[in-house]
Design a protein around this ligand. Structure first.
Ligand code: HEM
Length: 283
């Protein structure tokens, strides 16, 4: 749990993460339900998006989700990177990058939500057939990095345990909760940025947008998609747990092991239906 800074921009970031975290919970779970439990990401075709955005309420919903998830994620990633970037020049570069990423992705996402789709299948970018390949390549790269990271961390831990080497702070559930919370938050932000780019194809080239979302049905990407649902569920409940402990003014240590177990059980239980749907099960 990050200590509350007394004042300044770090205090603002600390409060913003909490306020936006609370505001985003309902939006995130409705989004998960619609896209991952009641449907499939690969079924969110141009026809699906067009029908959804015909309703002003869904446009407002998606824009609020974009605004809160993007700003919360960037403020969180900025706070994480600030812990390692200690020199004034690196911190300035970090501030500039965070501002530029927020402005670019919020601007693009807002424009796409406001724009109507072109009449028919094709749009002004439809001849740029390399775009879906590039976006699919980005998704495959994210998935590969996630699989290699999980396997490498598992192998390193397994070897230490097999050799009975000390595992230091990894003996403590609090360390696992902290590391998984950060990895999940950063992973969801990374995916959100790619997702804004793929949805941006919708008004400019609905045919290429359809080709890009079809990639979500690739078996290679399915573990990553299930992992993303798990990352969102874990991060959301862990964030709520942290805020509850802070409100009650309790230290996490005594409750660390039971709350870690509860978080893992909750995450697995709420992610399994999404995995079943991804694997072809229909209610
Ligand atoms: C769904 C509801 C969510 C809740 C309740 C929530 C809650 C929180 C809280 C309380 C923190 C501060 C943790 C601390 O100070 O130690 C935090 C950090 C963070 N969140 Fe979220 N969050 C949510 C969704 C998201 C989403 C959708 C993203 C990505 C777009 C995200 C990315 C991050 C990142 C990168 C951090 C920084 C992690 C760190 O500094 O340890 N969060 N979140």
């Amino acid at each position: 749990m990050r200590a509350r800074p007394a004042r300044g921009r770090q205090a603002f970031a600390w409060h913003y993460l909490r306020v936006s975290g609370v505001l985003i919970v309902a939006l995130v779970f409705v989004h998960l339900f619609v896209m991952h439990y009641a449907s499939l990401p690969s079924a969110a075709t141009a026809a699906f998006v067009g029908a959804r955005w015909a309703a002003a309420g869904w446009r407002a919903f998606d824009w609020m989700l974009l605004l809160l998830a993007l700003t919360h994620g960037v403020v969180g990633a900025h706070a994480m990177l600030r812990d390692v970037a200690r020199r004034p020049l690196s911190r300035t570069a970090l501030d500039v990058t965070a501002g530029a990423v927020t402005a670019a992705f919020l601007g693009l996402g807002t424009a796409v939500i406001l724009m109507a789709a072109p009449p028919g299948d094709r749009g002004p970018l439809s001849s740029y057939t390399w775009i879906p390949s590039l976006l699919t390549g980005g998704l495959v790269t994210i998935a590969t990095a996630a699989y290699v990271g999980v396997l490498a961390a598992g192998a390193a831990l397994g070897m230490r345990l097999a050799r009975r080497d000390p595992i230091g702070r990894w003996n403590y559930p609090g360390q696992w909760m902290f590391a998984i919370n950060r990895t999940a938050g950063a992973g969801v932000l990374g995916f959100l940025l790619v997702h804004v780019l793929d949805v941006a194809l919708f008004p400019f080239a609905p045919d290429l947008y359809d080709r890009t979302v079809a990639a979500y049905a690739m078996p290679y990407l399915i573990p990553m998609e299930a992992g993303l649902v798990a990352a969102v569920v874990y991060h959301a409940f862990d964030g709520l747990r942290l805020m509850l402990l802070e409100a009650l003014d309790r230290r996490a240590s005594r409750m660390a092991a039971p709350s870690f177990i509860a978080l893992v059980v909750l995450t697995i239980s709420l992610s399994l239906p999404a995995l079943a749907v991804l694997l072809g099960w229909r209610p």
